[in-house]
Ligand binder design. Sequence first.
Ligand code: GDP
Ligand code: IMO
Ligand code: MG
Length: 424
Amino acid sequence: MVSAVIGTQWGDEGKAKVIDLLACKYDYVVRYQGGANAGHTVVIGNKKFIFHLLPSGLMNPNATVVIANGVVVDLQQLEEEIESLEALGFPTRSRVIISDKAHIVMEYHKIIDQLRESLSPKKIGTTARGIGPCYEDKIARKGIKICDLVNLSASQLAEKIKLVSQEKVFLIKNLYNYDYDFDPVKLAQECKEKFEKLGIRVENTEILLNEEIKRGKNILFEGAQGVLLDIDFGTYPYVTSSNASTNGVGSGAGVTRLDNVIGIVKAYTTRVGEGPFPTEQDNEIGEKLRARGDEFGATTGRPRRCGWLDIPLLRYSTIVANVNEIFLTKLDVLSEFEEIKVCVEYELNGEKMRIPRSMDPVTLYSIKPVYKTFKGWKTKISGVRTFRELPSEAKEYIKFIESEIGVPIKYISVGPSREQTIVL
Ligand code: GDP
Ligand code: IMO
Ligand code: MG
């Protein structure tokens, strides 16, 4: 079985809880895009761990975890993550395989990301982890890859870093007026040492994964961010710089066979950073969602913008990501609401839209969401383990979402831990 877990909204749908829960069925859990901009929270008992770069299936002792070619890697972050997991008692180092083709996030990428965000009049609200500038270098063929750290001598690597970073240093100094310089020889040495210290296996992960699929092994691809943040299909320019949707698995891991795509849908909507958000509730409803759902960024700690579920966007994202089953999360967060609204279509100058006719912010800022109101269930559901036991109002809400999106809901999450899950 080859599966992918994909966020269908603007990230933070609860992907990591799902991956941790499902990982026991898989031999490999693979990250294929993004970098340390991701914040993936796994809760086991009273322990909570936030993954940024390592796949969230790591707490399943049998899974080998893979960082594939499409990921951009911050070596310092990776070392910290490995150390924290080992300190918690999870053998990690020996179970991580990294692609020789993954790109490295360099210090200058992070500096550019931060300076751009602080100086630009039109901010994206990035996580400032250097993700965009690192992918820019990848596309411009000026990236430093894991294979460079392995195959080049320190002096060869220094030469390469000097060559590819010239434009960056010029930009930082002259456009952003920021006093920055570094010694390529020292930086090359540091990068090589940091990587050696990691002590993880380097492979042609695209060959490994395809061969393991042929042998009948089970592989789970872990999407970071969500379809609406995908560089091609999201609300561009308010997106991340990689293919966060299912499309990223092909380019980010070299695997084109997928047996199923599990779309994660949060029972309401959140967004961190700038950009259009048609169902946003910038009022006490949004505040209540944020407080009940603990909606603060797992990477940056920023308060997440909150609003009602947006079915037109979900119709779009589930089609684009080829989602064949839905894992509905955080239903318990809606428990205290008297009434719950769901956007069922958009209206623009008298035209009705079931699916947004464009993902362009100009369109999404102009449309008017049309809501259907549901009666709340007003009872705690975090202890419920079967669909039958759910209050009738919650059942009605779930069935409505399922029929409007047109994809079966196979699981419902009613709390952050593994066992707080209803299987349908
Ligand atoms: P990810 O980036 O998609 O993995 O999601 P995050 O980890 O950034 O954010 C999801 C948050 O919701 C985390 O704090 C999870 O522990 C929590 N969570 C996941 N599922 C549920 C749920 O069903 N109910 C509640 N109350 N919290 C959940
Ligand atoms: P997970 O995997 C939510 C958002 C940022 C910003 C935009 C671009 O935890 O769901 P970037 O640093 O990627 O250049 O920022 O994307 N963003 C996320 N929002 N969850 C994430 O990851 C995100 N990763 C990036 O807030 O709006
Ligand atoms: Mg997150």
